[in-house]
Design a protein around this ligand. Structure first.
Ligand code: NOJ
Length: 765
C-alpha cells in the first residue's frame, strides 16, 4: 500500500507539468460575488449543517439497491441533506424543496439528482448505441433533449456521462459507456457535458453533469462488476484516463467516484486520484460525489470501520456521501478526535454550495419546478422525432449478403422472435424515468413505416429460459413469464410462419435487464433457446434477417456463418420500432460503426483493436508454433472496432500524404478519395489511425486519431483530408511526460480498424 501510494505521489509530481495539467482548467474562475455569498452563509452554519450538505439520501424509486435513507423529510427540515436523488416531477420536487427553503433554519435549497443516462422520458439508444453513431452533433442533441426534459421535471443534476473505457463485454455496464476507444470516448464525454450543462448553468434548462465512474471502473478483473483494477500508470494515462479529463475540461461540474479498488486503494478513499490528479493537476473545481453506498463499502473493501472509512473518504476528496450516511453519522466524532480537520469539512461544503449557487438555486429554489414546461417539453413530438433519427443513426449493419436488406415495402415477411413484439425491453437498461408503455415495438414500427407489408408474427422463443438469469432479472423487474406453449411448440409455430413468408425477420438478443449494473456474463452467445429457434428457421431455407437487441458485444460466430443479414440495433429507445423499421425498409441507410470489438469467443477477451504487438506476432496464416496465438481459435475478432456496413458500397483510394517528414509544430496532410460505388446514397465514417512504429516504449499497433462522417450520393466521390499535427503524435512515456519522439509513423485510413490503406512518414523533434 505504502509503496503504491508513494508511486502515485511521484507520478503526481511528474505530471504537474504534463499536458493534462496544461490544458484548459475545468470549471470557471472564482466569482467574488459567489465567494462572499457563500462565506457569509457558511459563517452562520453549524457543524451539523455543514456535514448535512455532504449528505445525499435517496427518496423514491431506485433500481440499484434498496432505498436505505430513512426519515428524509425530517433531515431536510434540520438541514441534514445537501440534495436528494431519485425524486422527480415538479410536484414532488416542489414538496421537498419547500421543506428545505421554508422549514430549515438557513433555507438552503436542495439539489435533485437522477440517472438521466440516455434520455429522461424520451429515451435514446443506450450509450453504447449512441456511440456507434460516431455523430457528435446527434449525441450532444440527445443530451440536450434529456437535459431539457429532466429540468422540466424538477431535476437539476444528472449522473451522466459515464465515460468508462471498457474492453470487456462480459461487464454488463459496457452498455453505459462509449466502448473501447479513448479518443472517441473523450469526444463523446465532452459532447454530453455540453448538452446537459449548456453554455451556462444559470440557464433555466441547464443541469449539472456528473462524470462517472472515476476511475477505471470499466477495467474490472474478469469483467465482474465492482471488481478490482490493477493497472500501470502508463496504461492509465494513455488508455483509460483521457475521457474523464475531456469531460472535465468541457466543464463538468461534478464527478462520481467509482466503486473499484485501484492499485490497492478503493477510488472512494484514493487521495492520489481525487486530490492529486483530479484537483491539483486537472484543476477540477466542482464537487465529487461517492457512488451509491460507496463510502460504507470501504468497510468490506477492508479499510476500517464506518467512522474510519468516512474520514478517509472525505480526506481523500469525496465531498458528498451518496446514501451511506457515513459522513452524517461519524464525521463530527472524527473531528472531535482530530482524525479530520474542520478545513476539509468546510471545503467540501463550500464546493457543494458553489454548485447550487451556479445553478441559481439561491436566487430561485423553484427554478426547476415549472408544470407548464413539463407539459410541453416532455415527450414532445419533436423530441420523439429526434429520438427516431438518433436511433436510426446508432444501428450497425453487420452483414448483408446478396443485398437482402433493405426489405421491399410490400414484402411478405414472417416477423419472429420474443423481441419483435416487445416494448418493455426496447428502451434498454438505465432508462430510469422512461415509460416503456410509450415505446414503439418493431411490429408497430413496421406497420407504421410500411403499411403494405404483409406481416405475420410468431414469438418463436421465450426471451429468457435460463433459470439462473431469469431469477436474477425477474427479481429486478423484468417480469418475464414462460409462455404457456412449450419451447418446441413455439419453434414449430415460428417455422410454419416462416415457411409461408418470403423472408424471416427474426428479432433476438438479450433482455434489457441482462445489461447494465451487476449483469456480468461468462457466456456471450445468444441464449440457447433463441439459438435453437434460429437453427430451426435456417432449415426452412428461407432468407433470414437477424435483428439484434443487446447491451454488449455478443459472440456471434454461428450467426455470422449461417445468417445472411444481421442488423445490430442495441436497445434503441422510445422510438426503437420506428427507427428499426426505417432502416429495414431503407428509408434510412445504416451508417453506424462499432465502438467495441465483437470477439469470436469469450476466451479471446479482452480483445481490442489498439492492442500492443508481442515479440512474436502471429500473421494469421502460417502454422508456426511459437507465435502469439491460440491453438483453437483465430486471434482476430468477428467484427472489428469501427466496422459497419451500408446498403451502398464505398471504395477507398490509396492514402496520399503531402510530405514524408515533419518537425515539431508542423503539420502533414493525409488524403484519401472515397467513392460511393453502390446503388444508394449513404454515409461513411472515414477513420484515421496512427502508429508510432518504434519508440522508447511500446505503442499500440494503431490508435484512432480522427474521423469524418461524410455523405455521398450514389456515384459521387470525395477527397477526404486529415491534418496530422504533432500533438497527435504525443503519448505518456515512462516518465509520464506527454511528448512525441523522433521516428517513423504509419498513417492508416479506411472504413474500419481492419481494412486500411497505409502510408509512412517520419517525425523529427
Ligand atoms: C449506482 C451506479 O453505479 C451509478 O452509476 C448510479 O449513478 C448510482 N447508482 C445512482 O443511481
Amino acid at each position: 500500500m505504502k509503496q503504491s501510494t508513494s508511486l502515485f505521489f511521484l507520478a503526481a509530481v511528474i505530471l504537474a507539468n504534463s499536458a493534462f495539467a496544461q490544458q484548459k482548467k475545468a470549471a470557471s474562475a472564482t466569482d467574488p460575488k459567489m465567494d462572499s455569498f457563500i462565506s457569509n452563509l457558511m459563517s452562520k452554519m453549524t457543524l451539523d449543517e455543514k456535514i448535512g450538505q455532504l449528505n445525499l439520501p435517496a427518496v423514491g424509486f431506485d433500481v440499484t439497491g434498496p432505498i436505505l435513507s430513512q426519515g428524509v423529510d425530517e433531515k431536510i427540515e434540520k438541514g441534514l441533506a445537501g440534495g436528494v436523488f431519485n425524486t422527480f416531477t415538479p410536484q414532488a420536487v416542489r414538496k421537498l424543496q419547500e421543506l428545505a427553503v421554508t422549514k430549515s433554519r438557513l433555507k438552503i435549497p436542495l439539489l435533485f439528482g437522477y440517472d438521466v443516462v440516455h434520455g429522461h422520458k424520451t429515451i435514446f439508444p443506450i450509450p453504447l448505441g449512441l456511440s456507434t453513431s460516431w455523430d457528435m452533433e446527434l449525441i450532444e442533441k440527445s443530451a440536450r433533449i434529456a437535459g431539457r426534459e429532466a429540468s422540466a421535471d424538477g431535476l437539476n443534476w444528472t449522473f451522466s456521462p459515464m465515460v468508462d473505457i471498457s474492453r470487456d463485454p462480459r461487464w454488463g455496464r459496457i452498455s453505459e459507456g462509449s466502448g473501447e476507444d479513448p479518443y472517441l470516448g473523450s469526444l463523446i464525454g465532452a459532447a454530453m457535458v455540453r448538452g446537459y450543462q449548456t453554455n451556462s448553468l444559470s440557464n433555466k434548462d441547464a443541469i449539472l453533469a456528473c462524470v462517472k465512474h472515476f476511475a477505471l471502473y470499466g477495467a474490472a478483473e474478469g469483467g465482474r462488476d465492482y471488481n478490482t483494477t490493477d493497472m500501470s500508470l502508463i496504461r492509465m494515462y494513455n488508455e483509460y484516463l483521457p475521457p474523464y479529463k475531456a469531460a472535465i475540461d468541457a466543464g463538468a461540474e461534478t464527478v462520481m467516484v467509482s466503486f473499484n479498488d485501484i492499485n490497492g486503494t478503493p477510488a472512494t478513499a484514493n487521495k492520489w486520484l481525487l486530490t492529486d490528479l483530479l484537483r491539483n493537476q486537472w484543476g477540477f473545481k466542482g464537487f465529487v460525489v461517492s457512488d451509491y453506498t460507496g463510502v460504507s463499502e470501504l468497510v468490506p473493501h477492508g479499510l476500517g470501520d464506518l467512522q474510519t472509512v468516512s474520514a478517509k473518504a472525505l480526506d481523500a476528496g469525496t465531498d458528498m456521501d451518496m446514501v451511506a450516511e457515513g459522513f452524517l453519522t461519524t464525521l463530527k466524532q472524527s473531528l472531535k478526535e482530530k482524525k479530520i480537520t474542520q478545513q476539509v469539512i468546510d471545503q467540501a461544503c463550500r464546493r457543494i454550495l458553489e454548485s447550487k449557487y451556479k445553478l441559481g438555486l439561491f436566487a430561485d429554489p423553484y427554478k426547476y419546478v415549472d408544470e407548464e414546461r413539463a407539459k410541453t417539453e416532455i415527450l414532445s413530438p419533436q423530441n420523439r422525432l429526434d429520438a427516431r433519427n438518433i436511433a436510426a443513426a446508432s444501428m450497425v449493419l453487420l452483414k448483408n449478403n446478396n443485398q437482402l436488406l433493405p426489405l421491399k415495402k410490400n414484402a411478405k415477411i414472417a416477423l419472429i422472435g420474443p423481441l419483435a413484439n416487445n416494448k418493455r425491453d426496447v428502451i434498454g437498461n438505465w432508462s430510469a424515468a422512461g415509460d416503456w408503455k410509450k415505446a414503439i415495438s418493431v411490429i408497430e414500427g413496421l406497420k407504421n413505416v410500411a403499411p403494405d407489408m404483409d406481416i405475420t408474427y410468431a414469438k418463436g422463443a421465450n426471451l429468457v429460459d435460463n433459470p439462473a438469469i431469469l431469477k436474477q432479472i425477474n427479481a429486478n423487474g423484468a417480469d418475464i413469464v414462460a409462455d404457456a406453449k412449450s419451447p418446441q411448440q413455439l419453434i414449430d409455430e415460428a417455422v410454419a410462419t416462416a415457411k409461408k413468408a418470403d423472408i424471416a425477420v427474426v428479432v433476438l438478443g438479450e433482455s434489457a435487464l441482462m445489461g447494465g449494473e451487476a449483469t456480468s456474463r461468462t457466456n456471450l452467445d445468444l441464449l440457447p433457446n433463441q439459438k435453437d429457434l434460429l437453427k430451426a428457421l435456417k432449415l426452412t431455407g428461407k432468407p433470414i434477417v437477424l435483428v439484434l437487441m443487446n447491451s454488449r458485444p455478443l459472440t456471434l460466430d454461428w450467426e455470422d456463418a449461417n445468417v445472411p443479414a444481421i442488423l445490430e440495433t442495441w436497445f434503441s429507445g422510445t422510438e426503437a420500432g420506428n427507427a428499426i423499421a426505417d432502416v429495414l425498409v431503407g428509408n434510412y441507410n445504416p451508417a453506424g460503426k462499432l465502438t467495441a470489438t465483437f470477439p469470436r469467443s469469450v476466451g479471446q477477451i479482452p480483445l481490442y483493436y489498439n492492442h500492443k504487438s508481442t515479440g512474436r506476432p502471429y500473421d494469421g496464416v502460417s502454422n508456426e508454433k511459437f507465435k502469439s496465438r491460440y491453438i483453437d481459435s483465430s486471434n482476430e475478432p468477428l467484427y472489428p472496432f469501427g466496422f459497419g456496413l451500408s446498403y451502398t458500397t464505398f471504395s477507398f483510394s490509396p492514402v496520399k500524404i503531402n510530405k514524408n517528414t515533419i518537425k515539431s509544430g508542423q503539420t502533414l496532410e493525409a488524403t484519401i478519395e472515397v467513392k460511393n460505388t453502390g446503388n444508394f446514397d449513404g454515409q461513411e465514417v472515414v477513420q484515421l489511425y496512427l502508429q508510432d512504429i518504434y519508440g522508447s516504449v511500446t505503442h499500440p499497433v494503431k490508435e484512432l486519431k480522427g474521423f469524418q462522417k461524410i455523405f455521398l450520393k450514389k456515384g459521387e466521390s470525395k477527397q477526404v483530408k486529415f491534418t496530422i499535427d504533432t500533438e497527435m503524435l504525443k503519448f505518456y512515456n515512462t516518465d509520464l511526460k506527454f511528448a512525441a519522439e523522433t521516428g517513423d509513423f504509419n498513417v492508416f485510413i479506411g472504413p474500419n480498424s481492419r481494412d486500411l490503406s497505409t502510408a509512412q512518414f517520419s517525425f523529427t523533434l
